[in-house]
Design a binder for this molecule. Structure first.
Ligand code: HEC
Length: 185
């Protein structure tokens, strides 16, 4: 019974690996971030939360509720979303928090020359990771604004624009996963 299950699982994994196409082999070429155990556990939990956020966003877009999608991206797609949550808790309007968040990102990007590198190969792994993390937050912010300021109900054009912005987020998920890992296997 157990052996049967094991074989089935192995087959499923092989099929998945075969279907992945461009996915790198385990570890292959990806840089290990070498996180301490405690940090790694929290990091992976945050990552699983991001997959949940992405699912919530897709569900909200499919339901035509673009404002709900905007809120998930703006207020939860951050490695440190506490600031936005506390501004909301203190009574700042969602629209104002969106604007503050965008300005903060623009300033962070303008201030840090590493974030404008044209060849990321020139900077060390920690900086490249930071570049990708900030790009991720910036993409989430651009998505949130596009979704927030869409017509209600959203037009066909709104759908197209918002899906383009959503793909800009998933492109960064993909790029970071192709570049870094936190485990050896
Ligand atoms: C700045 C880098 C970066 C970004 C952006 C990023 N990730 Fe990750 N993610 C990682 C790394 C590194 C790992 C560990 C991969 C490994 O060791 O194989 C990971 C792992 C994961 C895991 C596995 C969690 C587990 O418990 O094993 C999930 C799920 C995940 N990411 C989802 C996402 C989603 C969804 C997005 C975008 C919405 C995203 N990530 C964006 C770097 C990133």
């Amino acid at each position: 019974m157990r052996a049967g299950l094991g074989k089935g699982l192995l087959l499923a994994l092989l099929v998945l690996a075969g279907g992945a196409g461009t996915a790198p082999a385990a570890g292959g070429g990806r840089e290990n971030l070498n996180l301490p155990d405690a940090v790694r556990g929290q990091f992976l939990a945050d990552m699983r939360a991001h997959l949940g956020n992405l699912d919530d966003i897709v569900a909200a877009v499919a339901a035509g509720d673009f404002r709900r999608a905007a809120k998930v991206a703006a207020f939860h797609m951050d490695f440190g979303h506490k600031t936005w949550e506390s501004l909301l808790a203190r009574g700042m309007s969602e629209e104002d928090v969106l604007t503050v968040r965008r300005r903060f990102m623009e300033k962070a990007i303008a201030r840090d020359p590493d974030l404008n590198v044209t060849d990321p190969g020139d900077v060390d792994a920690a900086k490249r990771f930071r570049v990708l993390a900030i790009r991720f937050h910036a993409a989430a912010g651009r998505f949130a604004e596009a979704a927030w300021f869409a017509y209600d109900p959203p037009s066909l054009d709104d759908h197209r624009r918002v899906l383009e912005r959503l793909q800009e987020i998933t492109a960064v998920c993909r790029e970071c996963h192709a570049t870094f890992r936190v485990r050896d296997d």
